[in-house]
Write a protein that binds this ligand. Structure first.
Ligand code: NAD
Length: 260
């Protein structure tokens, strides 16, 4: 379905981004991975995707908090892949602290990575998409693009910001075959979370099932994690003909979290 398309997925060396990259590659898209990872990790990921799906795989270790590095990344994608037909803005980090103690450098980092990086990639990718008359921009937002939690000022501000950016880009691309949407996951099951479950169970003297249900998934009515495979499948649907009519949507994928 996506043969002949190139997908740039930021933050795709692990977690949600990797799940999206795999799903798009499974449909035949060439993929440019991006993230902070060791040479060995990158080599293993590249050959896994190439061997499994038979697609061309690139990589950039650009630090996406730096607009010049983003320009370098977009130049590489243009030169070696003919530009991004699918852009997934996914790289992001979190910091948890009461606002009066929130470190200023963490605020700046989160705003630049979780929000401004998507502005820079989008502004550099959208002209090529408009010229081709087809493009898909998918922003990984969060339930925190719609509701807040205490101690997450920078993250919640950035994610609400990405929801606004999504809507503006959707309007600007609408008549040019470009679609822009945001996926808002709740708690996602990643290896990182898996580790947290075991550690928290040990620390609190409760079972791993109790940690998942009563601690991590307290806000998620299904009491089930969203998986990276589900998010990959959803992102791929947005790139399919069936997704053509979806534009500027802030799409929850959180087991009912924001329905409460
Ligand atoms: P992750 O830590 O597994 O992946 C983050 C990716 O971003 C990695 O590839 C990492 O190398 C990359 N990255 C980090 N700093 C970078 C930088 N300065 N420059 C370039 N790349 C950088 O995280 P994840 O859980 O897969 O999260 C991915 C996205 O999903 C984030 O935007 C996050 O806010 C969002 N999200 C996650 C969850 C969850 O429960 N895990 C829920 C909702 C939203």
């Amino acid at each position: 379905m996506l043969k002949g398309k190139t997908a740039l997925v930021t933050g795709s060396t692990s977690g949600i981004g990797l799940g999206i990259a795999k799903s798009l590659a499974e449909q035949g898209a060439d993929v440019v991975l991006s993230g902070l990872a060791s040479d060995d990790e990158v080599a293993a990921l590249k050959s896994e995707l190439q061997d499994t799906f038979g697609v061309k795989v690139g990589f950039s270790g650009a630090n996406l908090t730096d607009p010049d590095a983003i320009e370098g990344l977009m130049g590489y994608v243009a030169r070696d892949f003919g530009g991004a037909d699918i852009l997934v803005n996914n790289a992001g980090v979190q910091h948890v602290s009461p606002i009066e103690d929130f470190p200023v450098d963490r605020w700046d980092l989160i705003i630049s990575l979780n929000l401004s990086a998507a502005f820079h990639t989008t502004r550099m990718a959208i002209s090529g998409m408009k010229k081709k008359g087809w493009g898909r921009i998918i922003n990984t937002a969060s339930a925190h693009a719609l509701v807040a939690s205490p101690y997450k000022s920078a993250y919640v501000a950035a994610k609400h910001g990405i929801a606004g950016l999504t809507k503006v880009v959707a309007l600007e691309g609408a008549e040019h075959g470009v679609r822009c949407n945001a996926i808002c996951p709740g708690y996602v099951y990643t290896p990182l979370v898996e580790g947290q479950v075991a550690d928290t169970a040990k620390a609190r003297g409760i079972t791993e099932e109790e940690v998942k249900r009563d601690v991590l998934l307290a806000a998620q009515p299904t009491k089930e994690f969203v998986t990276t495979e589900q998010i990959g499948a959803f992102a791929t649907f947005l790139c399919s003909p069936g997704g053509d009519g979806i534009n500027g949507a802030i799409l929850s994928m959180d087991g009912g979290w924001v329905a409460q």
